[in-house]
Design a protein around this ligand. Structure first.
Ligand code: PEP
Length: 263
């Protein structure tokens, strides 16, 4: 089931990188590239997810860029509001600092920080209630793929959040399909395999909500300029969540350009 034009999203997940001076330099280079040859907002939305410490500085630095580049938080607390939760940043605090987007469910959070489906649901509920947009990451391990459980795993992860997303809130969710075995490994799902999974995700979402037909479904896992064009040509791949390649302004820009050109 393919969909009519959905404006793609290309979002850079900087993870625990880089040092502040390099982050500023990276944004400066990206702004320069966009100024020299802009990628229209209507052709591709763009965002970057720096470390929490740099969110407000990067947002300020992007303020005068020639087009909107959204600043995205990499995580949000499962606790809402303000209170005695040492080390945490709530959805309301993000919103208060002008941060409108957050990644939830990245496989590194699921694996290293014990973000269970129940915890992820608390994070998603708080984020949506604070009017943040959520980029919800799903994806199977290599073992699950080899055991023929990739689809089941991913569709279960989609169903998991249906308990907390209100009908009108689905429009504030972007899904990122990131096969765990492709993250940071240099291995990418073939465009055919990625498209097949994206079509399944769309089918699953469409059974849950009418918004499923028009929600952006991003692919993530070693996306780089060399494979972005092929991935972007797939009808149900509506953008990319980019790790390693987003730390280089030119690579990130070229990936956004690939998606902007094919949609
Ligand atoms: C990611 O961490 O979201 C990611 C896709 O990383 P990479 O592009 O480096 O595989």
């Amino acid at each position: 089931m393919s969909v009519p034009a959905i404006t793609p999203w290309v979002v850079g997940n900087w993870k625990m990188n880089p040092m502040q001076a390099s982050a500023k330099q990276l944004v400066q280079e990206l702004k320069q590239l966009l100024q020299n040859q802009n990628i229209e907002e209507s052709d591709c939305h763009m965002g970057v997810a720096p470390i929490a410490l740099a969110l407000t500085d990067i947002r300020a630095q992007l303020h005068d860029s020639s087009r909107t580049v959204y600043t995205v938080a990499q995580d949000v607390s499962r606790f809402a509001g303000t209170g005695a939760y040492t080390g945490e940043i709530s959805a309301e605090l993000l919103q208060d600092s002008g941060i409108g987007f957050v990644l939830v469910g990245h496989s590194e959070r699921r694996e290293y920080f014990a973000d269970t489906p129940a915890i992820l649901n608390e994070k998603i509920k708080n984020a949506l209630n604070a009017n943040l947009k959520v980029i919800y990451c799903v994806g199977e391990s290599l073992e699950q793929r080899e055991n023929g459980q990739a689809e089941l795993t991913v569709l279960q992860q989609i169903c998991d959040i249906a308990a907390v997303v209100q009908a009108e809130q689905w429009n504030n969710i972007i899904v990122a399909y990131e096969p765990i075995w492709a993250i940071g490994t240099g291995k990418t799902a073939s465009p055919e395999d990625a498209q097949a999974m994206h079509a399944k995700i769309r089918e699953g979402l469409s059974q849950i909500t009418p918004a499923g037909k028009t929600m952006a479904i991003l692919y993530g896992g070693s996306v780089k300029p060399e494979n972005a064009v092929e991935l972007a040509a797939c009808p149900d791949i509506n953008g990319a969540l980019v790790g390693g390649a987003s730390l280089n302004a030119e690579s990130f820009y070229k990936i956004a350009q690939a998606f902007a050109n094919t949609k």
